[in-house]
Design a protein around this ligand. Structure first.
Ligand SMILES: Cc1cc2nc3c(=O)[nH]c(=O)nc-3n(C[C@H](O)[C@H](O)[C@H](O)COP(=O)(O)OP(=O)(O)OC[C@H]3O[C@@H](n4cnc5c(N)ncnc54)[C@H](O)[C@@H]3O)c2cc1C
Length: 396
């Protein structure tokens, strides 16, 4: 189904009935069946063994999915892309730099440290943006927002979107679960006890650790959703320097782990993360060490805990540290993301588009929302596409 999944990601989302009409044959029926399931039901339909079920339930949560009716639709998507995990040579910043270089090579100009506070429009047509420092920039053709939908609404004003859409956008929800990142600078890569069973574990590209069964998974989410630190910190992580040496100085290693944690700590709220950084670093390191005993004082050269509060501070569109810029619940995925009226990247204001993770296909580094918006804008402006668009999704 990979080709079909790619087509659904790199095209505008279709209304459910239109999508259903394109799902034919056995595979089409299978997709329809997944569309009706929760993600846990989708995992349970495919796996019997408790550890394997736990692994995949955790994996789906890591993609910021909730166990809601309809999220079973992500099962084929996740499985069709499972072998596509990758890292950027030289570090993730190189990817952003490559895009910047490409943009500039076409005459693009980038302003940094420039906070957009308003999208200006006149007679229902976008005219530009106003920056926080008072400067205004005129738009010759279009304005595109790639920030979170509630902020986009504040920028353009509720009058522009009308009361019905505005209310829905105001209620766009962040993910109820956040992640933190514990970074380690190491003399040597983690060596896992489980490698005695399978030596490949010590060179795995991605590790899922911290939770042994579905009961622990549930206990953790019950804790984090109520603002408590999880009793069994769980999540995925990696030692990227094993696969790309530029991630660490010669002979050394860099590893990280992304456990689920609450954003809003019961005891002190989100800002309490700053005061607890050291305490939580030590707790997480202790848990990690139970799996990889060589993460001891001699080996660990340095640590840094990047908290959900840090995520929100550095990317203000990731409200509550919501790293996919909004929860994936049935009312916030596909044709409903961020609302059915806005999910085709156009807005009620002519020449104003939305192209961030608050739109289909959501977050992660896939470029899909921007690509789909670019196709839409080219069509609206009558620009001849110099790329071959991905075919429209059809099965059977
Ligand atoms: C800790 C962490 C780990 C992650 N790991 C992965 C991973 O391994 N793989 C993966 O695929 N994804 C990962 N993600 C998710 C991924 O980073 C996001 O889903 C993705 O960056 C969202 O892209 P975006 O363009 O919508 O938003 P962003 O990348 O957040 O870009 C939006 C930009 O707009 C800026 N901005 C916001 N408001 C304004 C304003 N008013 N004026 C001007 N600028 C503004 C923000 O500061 C930000 O720079 C991770 C996220 C986090 C937090």
């Amino acid at each position: 189904m990979r080709e079909f999944i790619t087509e659904t990601m790199f095209n505008r989302p279709l209304p459910p009935e239109e999508m259903a009409a394109r799902l034919n044959g056995d595979l089409g029926e299978e997709v329809k069946a997944y569309n009706a399931m929760t993600m846990y039901e989708a995992v349970e339909r495919n796996f019997e063994e408790a550890h394997v079920r736990t692994l995949f339930k955790l994996w789906f949560h890591i993609l910021a999915l909730e166990d809601d009716p309809g999220t079973g639709a992500f099962f084929p998507r996740v499985f069709s892309r499972m072998d596509r995990f990758s890292i950027v040579k030289g570090g993730s910043i190189r990817f952003a730099e490559a895009l910047e270089e490409c943009f500039r090579s076409y005459g693009g100009e980038i302003l940094q440290d420039a906070h957009v506070s308003e999208v200006t429009h006149k007679n229902g047509k976008a005219t530009g943006v106003r920056l926080e420092d008072g400067r205004t920039l005129e738009a010759k053709q279009v304005v595109i927002s790639t920030v979170d939908p509630p902020q986009t609404l504040r920028m353009v004003g509720e009058d522009a979107f009308g009361p019905e859409i505005s209310e829905k956008v105001r209620n766009f929800k962040p993910s109820p679960h956040a992640i933190c990142t514990i970074h380690l600078a190491l003399n040597e890569a983690p060596r896992y006890t489980a490698a005695e069973f399978d030596p490949d574990l010590n060179r795995a590209f991605n590790m899922f650790i911290g939770v042994a069964d579905e009961a622990q998974l549930e206990e953790n989410f019950n804790a984090t959703i109520h603002g408590s630190f999880p009793p069994f910190p769980m999540g995925n992580g990696a030692c990227n320097s094993l696969h790309e040496p530029s991630y660490a100085p010669p002979g050394k290693h860099a590893a990280f782990w992304w456990p689920f944690v609450p954003y809003d700590l019961t005891d002190g709220g989100p800002d309490a993360w700053d005061a607890r950084r050291e305490e939580y670093t030590n707790r997480l390191l202790e848990v990690w060490r139970t799996y990889a005993p060589n993460l001891d004082e001699k080996n660990v050269l340095g640590t840094y805990l990047f908290t959900p509060r840090d995520t929100e501070r550095s990317c203000i569109n990731m409200i509550h540290g919501s790293h996919h810029v909004g929860a994936y619940t049935l009312d916030q995925v596909g044709y409903n993301r961020p609302t059915p009226e806005l999910s085709h990247y156009r807005t009620p204001v002519e020449g104003f588009y939305m192209a961030g993770s608050g739109n289909h296909v959501g977050g992660s580094i896939n470029g899909a929302a921007g690509y789909n918006a670019a196709n839409t804008i080219a069509e609206d402006l009558g620009i001849k596409k110099w790329w071959t668009p991905v075919s429209e999704p059809v099965l059977g």
